[in-house]
Design a protein around this ligand. Structure first.
Ligand SMILES: Cc1ncc(COP(=O)(O)O)c(C=O)c1O
Length: 414
């Protein structure tokens, strides 16, 4: 009803063009679905998990070893984390019903932000209801026309959207190459007021950590802000899971803004930024996606907090998840499989060379009791089509070996 009445207000030409676009997208989607059906390949999207997904899951009545969850630390489903969420519901209910600035503030929000600041070694932190939304609203608010954003060519869609929305000039640089960024900074930086460099702690497509020391040196030299998205590095990298700064032994204040999600290692939903108090306080009072949006639901805040306490008490979880991924990387190298740039992280791509092969391999592994999602064109170039393995500290060594041998068998049969 809402959308049809909005459509009724559109000028006729705009409405027609929107509908054409909609139909084009739908036609393309239908063509892709028909392509799958013609080849007898099951549609791999929107798989329906019938329980808590971690190292294991259940899909279509089958128990599977699961390599398609960001539940890196096995904390989604952890009894203490579940209990914390239930207790928060009993006290505060299921929503705070308002933006925190007006009447949505609860003690759990403050405790979570204090603990995130402690964990990340920063002065302050601020949480948002979506990880994706955090990047969009924070980046688009931090910079604007007259500023410049330099971002890794492989940066996540959320950061890219934030940069586009900001109205700042946008300059991508070759993936994880500070030396390429250096030249671009020299050329463009002087003409702009503020400069922001955007990188990720670990890149989700390839599982490679960013060259943080290289980017820190450049941000200092060129008086730029540096923002690091730690969606896939916090909780995983470093001796105690404190992310890419612990991995490289750097101080937290070498980076202006740390960004993280609560949906992955922290078993919840939402995002946060952490950094110096003055910057975080400014975002707290001015960022639209915080000011004009509801605060984290109490059970979500409680889950993230309980997960954070659990990781602090059991830092070995971070080392364990990396050890599991390392074992798979070693096995992949022994077999001569291409794993791209993956190292040190909990993400290992298996690059198979074309989209159809990736889809078929994923389907064959599913039949062998292993859930691993394919990434195909246009998500990546055809030749870069891959399966992406996400590891969990609850995977056993035997399961990693079982997965590798299932890949060997499936590749032989394809
Ligand atoms: C690098 C990166 N940043 C941000 C996000 C968005 O986080 P969320 O899914 O918690 O909204 C993701 C999601 O996968 C991500 O990979």
């Amino acid at each position: 009803m809402g959308s049809s009445s909005a459509a009724a207000r559109l000028p006729a030409a705009a409405d027609a063009s929107r509908r054409r676009d909609e139909f084009t997208a739908l036609r393309n989607l239908d063509a892709q679905k028909a392509w799958l059906v013609a080849r007898g390949i099951p549609n791999p999207y929107f798989p329906l998990h019938e329980g808590t997904a971690g190292a294991h899951t259940r899909i279509g009545g089958h128990d599977l070893i699961n390599f398609s969850s960001y539940n890196y630390l096995g904390l989604n489903g952890d009894p203490a984390v579940n209990d914390a969420a239930k207790a928060a519901i009993d006290v505060y209910g299921t929503t705070v019903s308002a933006s925190r600035i007006v009447s949505g503030e609860r003690p759990l929000h403050r405790e979570l932000e204090q603990q995130l600041a402690v964990f990340t070694g920063t002065e302050d932190a601020l949480t948002f209801v979506s990880g994706h939304g955090t990047n969009v609203t924070v980046i688009s608010d931090l910079v604007g026309p007259g500023d410049i954003v330099f971002h890794d060519a492989a940066i996540h869609n959320s950061a890219l959207l934030g940069a586009k929305l900001s109205g700042a000039k946008r300059v991508p640089f070759s993936h994880n190459k500070p030396e390429k960024l250096a030249g671009l900074l020299e050329r463009h930086r002087p003409a702009y007021r503020r400069a922001l460099i955007l990188v990720e702690g670990v890149y989700s497509m390839d599982g490679d950590p960013c060259d943080l020391p290289g980017f820190v040196a450049l941000k200092r030299q060129h008086e730029a802000w540096l923002m690091v998205d730690e969606a896939h590095s916090l909780g995983v990298l470093g001796a105690t899971g404190r992310g890419v700064r612990e991995h490289f032994g750097l101080a937290a204040d070498e980076v202006d803004l740390w960004m993280g999600t609560l949906s992955k290692a922290f078993a919840s939903c939402g995002g946060f930024v952490a950094g110096r108090h003055s910057l975080i306080e400014t975002l707290r009072y001015f960022t639209p996606g915080f000011m004009f949006s509801v605060g984290l639901p109490p059970p979500a805040a409680a889950r993230a907090l309980a997960a954070l306490y659990k990781l602090t008490a059991e830092p070995a979880r971070a080392r364990l998840v990396r050890a599991r991924a390392d074992l798979f990387r070693d096995l992949a190298r022994e077999h001569g499989w291409s794993i791209g740039l993956s190292r040190d992280s909990a993400i290992v791509p298996l690059i198979v060379g074309n989209s159809e092969k990736a889809l078929r391999l994923s389907a064959a592994l599913m039949a062998a009791g292993i859930n691993v999602q394919p990434i195909v064109y246009p998500g990546v170039a055809h030749r870069q089509a891959r399966l992406r393995f996400f590891f969990c500290c609850d995977h056993t060594e035997a399961e990693i070996r079982q997965a590798a041998s299932a890949v060997t068998d499936a590749l032989r049969q394809l």
